[in-house]
Write a protein that binds this ligand. Structure first.
Ligand code: COA
Ligand code: AMP
Length: 622
């Protein structure tokens, strides 16, 4: 079927379309009621089907004769190690890990927080939860104790799984002090903290609460897959919103498994048995969907890479991994490619490797800027494909569907809507806009399978954040346009979310942290353009009393405060002390104008501005 036919079918009759696609996976009991509406009025997929996602990823493939195929390759330049797990070996380790969790009282529906670096135990723990029907919540290692504490209180996990350390190039990040401090701060205390000791750092264990991973595994016996309803939650993944409280995006088993399976062939054009590599982190949605779930549901070999695009040991790291493991599809963030290009603009390091196995390069996380697109296309001579997605959807909303047909791409565009996603561009009143008119990007309901159906424990927040702005639509928070040929162009967030090196962060949250400094009267944080990371946060800070204040000292303290309360990943390193913030007469800070000014873009001064001189003062400081 051509892309157009497939897409139209998904829009004309979503139920029939997804009923057909649901047959791509092996259900214990196939769904009869394909789409239903729950007690909150939210539409949900495959509610009466029964399945187990871990079964689909491991046991099913073993039954189909793939037991000896490599499922997972752990490649760790930071520890100089590699390890391969066949489907049978991975299933055995996951089943024992599930048994270990069971020994600690974890049952269907219980939450488990996973705070682990990019090591096999991260994947094993996620799948062990899926096996039991427990709900995992992976927290990215670059987040600070307070962020972890917030997630502990929100997800109220029975168990926390961690390791003694992560490794950032050659820096050891000890996890235990972070864990201890987070548990101290949180009101909810997990009953056990299972910790994997890594040789690079030995953690002190707290008797009664902390449990050694190996000792606990030794006591466990394998656990079986628990049948789950299609709408039972698989995981919670916290993502930044406009306030300090992150949103727990809930992913359901049935819709997610169907979307993952469909996407592997329709979007990524990859076959079971192929090697697929998402160079991301399991702490982000890309890592969930395309390091762990998608490739394994599809019967591929996936790679867990504990390293960076550069410096581990050089900018040839990605190309080494590709040639060594026979990677067919590479998926990473544009920022990673920009980092490589900066170090190796002519691709000399890439030329050292046989990359004939590489069929396609996919990019997401931020817009693939045309210079990076051109560089990748020129050096690698394979299709370079941008696709747009969000934690909320768990898979691409717009993409070149190369598994359906070879679609020409336009640099700067993430191509066409993925089947199931009815993308519309709306004005601020919710009226649809025409071709090439820029506006707010919304998705007409129902959303296709895999998209969130609630925020953990807060369905009202889900409704108010996403569904109430434009009735009948899901509000993506992104802005952009669709051109006359139907190509989607994402121009960036229209809210307080920024993208720093492919990491989604909230400027609103940073403002809350900066505002906690005793000398700060008010502040605004914006995302300024950065050549490497796409955006970097920048603060504009008004002090309560400048007498005796050392501006540089205050700025240093603010930088330290954001690092302490959000984490190194926030990369908040720039702030300006200003006399006042530019505001409208109703008191709204003109963040958009500030951003344009800092980036050197054209900007107009809104007629509602309270005092135009405030902008001039800041301009003089930049
Ligand atoms: N644990 C602890 N600290 C972490 C961390 C982790 N998992 N990940 C990042 N950090 C720290 C870094 O060490 C750095 O600390 P520093 O301020 O002391 O130097 C800080 O957080 C910022 O990290 P990062 O944004 O990664 O910048 P960088 O300069 O270290 O590296 C890139 C730049 C481009 C190489 C890197 O950002 C990268 O690989 N990005 C790809 C992102 C990605 O894959 N996103 C997923 C979406 S598809
Ligand atoms: P996350 O939830 O971390 O995946 O971040 C989602 C946000 O990243 C989106 O709302 C977009 O702003 C941005 N994003 C992701 N992929 C793309 C892309 N291909 N083009 C433009 N922006 C993107």
């Amino acid at each position: 079927m051509s892309y157009r036919e497939e897409y139209q079918a998904s829009i004309d009759d979503p139920k029939a379309f997804w009923a057909e696609k649901s047959k791509l996976i092996q259900w214990f009991t196939p769904p009869v009621e394909i789409l239903s509406t729950d007690e909150h009025g939210i539409e949900r997929w495959f509610g009466d089907g029964e399945l187990n996602t871990c079964y689909l990823m491991l046991d099913y493939h073993i039954e189909q004769g793939r037991g000896d195929q490599i499922a997972l390759i752990y490649d760790s330049p930071v520890t100089d190690q590699q390890q391969k797990f066949s489907y049978s070996q991975l299933r055995d380790q996951v089943a024992i890990c599930a048994g270990m969790l069971k020994n600690h009282g974890v049952e269907k529906g219980d939450r488990v927080i996973i705070y682990l670096p990019m090591i096999p135990q991260a994947v094993i723990s996620m799948l062990a939860c899926a096996r039991l029907g427990a709900v995992h919540s992976v927290v990215f290692g670059g987040f600070a104790p307070l962020e972890l504490a917030v997630r502990l209180d929100d997800a109220t996990p029975k168990v926390l799984i961690t390791a003694s350390c992560g490794i950032e190039i050659n820096r050891i990040i000890e996890y235990k002090p972070i864990i201890d401090s987070a548990i101290d701060m949180a009101s909810h205390k997990p009953s056990a903290c299972i910790l994997l000791q890594r040789p690079q750092a030995l953690a002190n264990m707290q008797p009664g609460r902390d449990v050694d991973w190996h000792e606990a595994i030794a006591k466990a016996s394998p656990a079986d897959c628990v049948p789950l309803k299609g709408t039972d939650p698989l995981y919670i993944l916290y993502t930044s919103g406009t306030t300090g409280k992150p949103k727990g995006v809930v992913r359901e088993n049935g819709g997610h498994a169907v979307a993952m399976k469909y996407s592997m062939s329709a979007i990524y054009d990859i076959e079971p048995g192929d090697v697929y590599w998402a160079a991301s982190d399991v702490g982000w949605v890309v890592g969930h969907s395309y390091i762990v779930y998608g490739p394994l549901i599809h019967g591929c070999t996936t790679i867990l890479y504990e390293g960076k695009p550069i410096m581990t040991p050089d900018a040839g790291a990605f190309w080494r991994v590709i040639s060594e493991h026979g990677v067919k599809t590479l998926f990473s963030a544009p920022t990673a490619f920009r980092a490589i290009r900066k170090e190796d603009p002519e691709g000399k390091l890439a030329a050292r490797y046989d990359l004939s196995c590489l069929q396609t390069i996919f990019a997401a996380g931020e817009r693939l800027d045309p210079p990076t697109y051109d560089w990748l296309s020129e050096i690698f001579k394979v299709p370079v494909l941008d696709h747009w997605w969000q934690t909320e959807t768990g898979w691409a909303i717009a993409a070149p569907m190369v598994g359906l047909e070879q679609m020409p791409v336009k640099p700067g565009s993430s191509t066409m809507p993925v089947p199931g996603f009815a993308i519309e561009i709306l004005d601020d009143r919710g009226n649809p806009l025409g071709p090439n008119e820029q506006g707010f990007i919304a998705l007409k309901l129902p959303l296709p399978p895999s998209c969130l159906t609630t925020i953990w424990g807060d369905v009202e927040r889900f409704k108010s954040n996403y569904l109430e702005t434009y009735p009948g639509y899901f509000n993506t928070g992104d802005g952009g346009y669709i051109d006359e040929d139907g190509y989607v162009f994402i121009m960036g967030r229209v809210d307080d979310v920024i993208n720093v090196a492919g990491h989604r962060l909230s400027t609103g949250e940073m403002e809350e942290v900066v505002g906690r400094h005793p000398m700060v009267a008010e502040c605004a944080v914006i995302g300024r353009y950065d050549e490497l990371k796409g955006q970097l946060p920048m603060g504009f800070v008004v002090l309560k009393n400048t007498e005796g204040a050392e501006p540089d000292q205050v700025i240093q303290e603010l930088v330290a405060l954001v690092r302490r309360d959000i984490g190194a990943v926030a990369a908040f390193k720039h702030a300006l002390i200003v006399a006042r913030l530019p505001k409208t007469r109703s008191g709204k800070i003109l963040r958009k104008t500030l951003r344009a000014m800092v980036d050197g873009d054209e900007y107009s001064v809104p007629s509602t501005i309270e005092d135009p001189a405030a902008l001039d003062e800041i301009k003089a400081l930049i």
